[in-house]
Design a protein around this ligand. Structure first.
Ligand SMILES: NC(=O)C1=CN([C@@H]2O[C@H](COP(=O)(O)OP(=O)(O)OC[C@H]3O[C@@H](n4cnc5c(N)ncnc54)[C@H](OP(=O)(O)O)[C@@H]3O)[C@@H](O)[C@H]2O)[C@@H](O)CC1
Ligand SMILES: Nc1ncnc2c1ncn2[C@@H]1O[C@H](COP(=O)(O)OP(=O)(O)O)[C@@H](O)[C@H]1O
Ligand SMILES: [K+]
Length: 507
């Protein structure tokens, strides 16, 4: 698990380290500057290059001044410009050190700024870090625009100036970096869109925060890297298909068998023991032909799209047998879907994953999940989420974390809000932010594959929140493997399924 922090949380870690542990702020700043200088010195022809450092009034600017001093010591040609006349204590101390060493620091001057930018090979952005609190205006805005207009390599210190460290939003204007070097823990703003596009590649450097400074805080945001593969459920040698759980997939209205197929296939490919597909009677033959490994039970609808209630006899035992239930993919928004959903919520004793049309039906009747007895996971994309909350899609995509948190708490459920950075929340404020996956996955059926993966992990015994976070991660990783094989233009949902085995086959 990799923790991520907001600027505010990082400031708490800073002040705990400085005030309670006793590591001086200037020591942390020196190590931060050394971390950036290491990256700069890795450039191939740095001895022939010119560096230009832009510094703001806060400690981010202090980092910039220290970087200038260290580069000077190495004999690298460096220009430094300070954009403010008021500084924090640490930044004042850095400035004093530079003055003692007779290192020139320019004050802001628009013409000089343009000259330095055009002469330089590398620009260091130390204007604003985690302390940015408001829209960037005036000469700060002009400076950032000047940098962005020139095609120079830019390294941002901690976070690109202009990006909100909590939300990833652009506060008016922001530096477009080629590399961001961040300290201690990565900032949410470097990971969330659009900030992540401005940060480009992000490297984290250890500047000596004691482990306790991270552990003693209630840090709730996290992401995964490939170490998360260790969380895959263990497969006992002495086992049978019952050991790895039973998934019930309730999916597919007339002529919509594809969604059921994709969810069921993914549930099997991630290791689920047995998949039972409950689908419309009309889909029986095609499902049995396309996925003979699945058990098929069916329901029928009457002329008015209501459910033929005789199906409940068979349905009852399917529900009783299952370790996890998926409901919604390709079910259409008819009365039958509502009836099925109502029945499942009322009778299930195991976790339920509600997706696609299940969510569309739910958005007209959220009271259905108010008094649920089992764990419920919803997997909306922003369109489905906007219908669930009765807000615009823009409101959903601009505030992914807040919206996912809100619905998780209000209904006591797990929410995987799908996007290029999918967010997974639970009612206890935990927030997983997914960083795997790519734009090739914006293809029909990719969501059905995710539902199947999560269900297969729950069937094998993972707890629902853990399974949802890991499922989202593995789904993205499978998409990344599919990108390597077929590219983003040709990727189809089935390509993601095909790559699941490459992701899970780790031993
Ligand atoms: N010991 C430590 O703490 C360590 C910290 N480290 C480094 O410090 C960074 C955090 O430093 P920070 O908190 O001083 O704020 P920072 O990001 O430099 O910028 C904010 C400054 O700009 C101002 N300002 C804000 N918005 C503005 C706007 N729109 N337009 C104009 N001005 C605006 C605001 O002042 P204000 O005007 O609000 O009084 C404030 O002074 C962190 O990212 C890391 O790089 C490392 O060295 C490790 C040790
Ligand atoms: N640009 C992207 N980067 C990463 N993941 C993406 C991107 N676009 C889509 N995805 C993922 O693909 C899936 C699409 O799901 P969804 O919109 O429900 O598709 P469908 O309804 O067609 O099955 C989600 O898991 C989403 O996170
Ligand atoms: K910066």
């Amino acid at each position: 698990m990799i923790k991520l922090v907001t600027g505010e949380e990082m400031q708490l870690i800073d002040s705990y380290t400085i005030k309670e542990i006793g590591i001086p702020s200037m020591v942390l700043m020196e190590r931060a500057a050394l971390g950036i200088v290491d990256h700069i010195l890795k450039r191939k022809h740095i001895e022939n290059e010119k560096v230009f450092i832009l510094c703001g009034s806060g400690n981010n600017g202090g980092d910039g001044l220290a970087i200038g001093r260290l580069l000077g010591n190495k004999g690298i040609r460096t220009n430094i410009m300070l954009l403010s006349e008021n500084y924090t204590q640490e930044t004042s101390m850095q400035l004093k050190i530079l003055q003692n060493l007779n290192i020139k620091v320019d004050k802001y001057d628009a013409d000089q700024l343009k000259k330095y930018i055009s002469e330089s090979d590398l620009i260091i952005d130390a204007i604003f870090g985690t302390g940015l609190t408001r829209e960037v205006i005036g000469h700060y805005k002009d400076t950032i625009q000047c940098v962005n207009n020139e095609d120079k390599f830019v390294i941002s210190v901690d976070i690109p100036s202009g990006i909100c460290s909590k939300s990833g939003k652009v506060l008016g204007v922001a530096i477009k970096a080629n590399l961001t070097v961040t300290f201690g823990l990565n900032k949410l703003g470097n990971v969330l869109y659009p900030g992540t596009l401005y940060a480009s590649k992000t490297n984290i450097v250890d500047i000596g925060f004691p482990k306790r400074a991270y552990d003693s805080r209630m840090l709730k945001h996290f992401t995964f890297d490939e170490n998360a593969l260790q969380k895959l459920p263990k497969r006992e040698a002495r086992s049978n298909k019952g050991t790895f759980g039973k998934v019930l997939v309730i999916a597919g209205a007339i002529n919509m068998s594809g969604a059921a197929f994709l969810s069921a296939m993914a549930a099997y490919k991630i290791g689920g023991g047995l998949v039972n597909i409950m689908t419309h009677e009309e889909n029986r033959v095609i499902i049995q032909t396309s996925i003979p490994e699945a058990i098929v039970t069916t329901f029928n609808t009457l002329d008015n799209k209501e459910l033929d209630k005789t199906c409940f006899i068979e349905f009852k035992s399917s529900i009783k047998d299952a370790n996890v239930i998926v409901i919604g993919p390709g079910l259409s928004q008819c009365k039958a879907t509502k009836e099925l959903l109502e029945y499942v919520i009322r009778h299930s004793k195991v976790p339920i994953i509600i997706d696609a049309d299940g969510l569309n039906v739910l958005s007209n009747e959220l009271s259905l999940i108010k008094e649920h007895q089992v764990e419920i996971i919803i997997t909306p994309h922003p369109g489905e989420m906007s219908r669930l909350l009765g807000v615009s899609i823009k409101e959903v995509t601009e505030n992914l974390i807040e919206n996912a948190n809100f619905i998780s708490k209000k209904y006591n459920i797990i929410c995987a809000l799908k996007d290029a950075r999918t967010i997974v929340t639970n009612p206890f404020d935990d927030v997983y932010i997914n960083t795997s996956g790519n734009n090739g996955m914006a293809t029909a059926g990719a969501g059905d594959v995710l539902t199947g993966i999560i269900s297969g992990l729950i069937a094998q015994g993972l707890r629902p929140y853990e399974a949802t976070c890991l499922g989202v991660y593995l789904h993205g990783l499978s998409g990344d493997k599919a990108k390597e094989r077929v590219g983003v233009y040709s990727m189809m949902a089935r390509d993601i399924i095909e790559e699941i085995s490459k992701v899970t086959n780790i031993n």
